[in-house]
Design a protein around this ligand. Structure first.
Ligand code: SER
Length: 277
């Protein structure tokens, strides 16, 4: 499948499941002083999550253009060092605004990866929030991954840095659950396909999808003092890097080797006449 086909497959899968296809918003967010560049698919829906804005749909799907070169989600220091970070990328995402919550978010993600894309289950890992003083452990997400078919030993707990998502210092937020994919050889060899690579070093196991269970809004009640309040209705915000998903499905080692980016590399090489690889 080409990268364009993967994008289309994602949008059509969620459209079949009752989601409205929404265009990517611009890279410069409108009316949001908390953000310089759009950093996630959920940005354009921020006020829908908090209940300030109403739309005529409560499920959406998009492929959002994102820049992560500053602010809370800054990938700039990783670009050029890993096979999977970019300043600019596209984020595939499905969203529920007070409609479905954890159970369906997990069921859709499993169904899309395992039944639609036919990824090997033995390469998939799942992470859930292990809890802290502010928000309890997400035992529900763990149980729901097992319910759809994930093996218990492939579901790992992590702390706030990896498994609690917020777009900035303020705004809608919540615990999240990520799906990681092992790209190496011998997936059935536990010495190679090892849990230590999930959120660990290297690119062989990488995050491919993040499911955020939007439950709270963080606001600044006075300068430097933040408060976490429940959202009017629990919601879902997911994000899957199109370039990473494409690298997995095209069986290449870096995002730059996918058909989304290689033509740009080749064109630049041609222009600069530096096309020796
Ligand atoms: N907002 C979450 C993220 O950026 C899921 O889309 O990871």
């Amino acid at each position: 499948m080409t990268g364009n086909e993967i994008r289309r497959k994602f949008l059509e899968y969620f459209e079949r499941n009752g989601h409205k296809i929404v265009h990517s918003s611009p890279l410069l967010p409108a009316n949001d002083p908390t953000l310089l560049f759009t950093n996630a698919g959920m940005n354009q829906f921020k006020d829908v999550f908090t209940g300030v804005e109403k739309r005529d749909y409560n499920r959406a799907v998009s492929s959002q253009k994102c820049i992560r070169a500053g602010g809370k989600h800054n990938d700039l220091d990783e670009v050029g060092k890993t096979a999977r970070h970019h300043t600019f990328f596209e984020m595939l995402g499905n969203f529920s605004f007070g409609d479905y919550f954890k159970e369906d978010a997990i069921r859709f993600a499993w169904d899309f990866l395992v039944n639609e894309l036919k990824l090997e289950e033995s390469r998939l890992w799942f992470s859930v929030f292990e809890g802290d003083a502010e928000v309890p452990a997400d035992d529900e997400a763990r149980a729901l991954w097992e319910k759809v078919g994930a093996k218990p030993e492939r579901i790992l707990g992590f702390g706030r840095k990896d498994n609690f998502w917020q777009m900035g210092d303020t705004g809608p937020c919540g615990p999240c659950s990520e799906i990681h994919y092992y790209m190496g050889e011998e997936p059935d060899n536990p010495e190679k396909n090892h849990p230590k690579w999930v959120n660990g070093e290297g690119d062989t196991t990488m995050e491919i999808w993040n499911l955020v269970f939007m439950q709270f809004e963080r606001s600044e009640v006075e300068k430097g003092v933040f408060e976490l309040k429940p959202l009017p209705a629990p919601s879902v915000d997911t994000g899957a890097g199109l370039e990473r998903m494409t690298a997995v499905l095209q069986g290449v080692k870096t995002n730059y080797d996918t058909d989304l980016l290689m033509p740009i590399v080749e064109f630049s090489a041609q222009l600069s006449q530096k096309n020796e690889s």
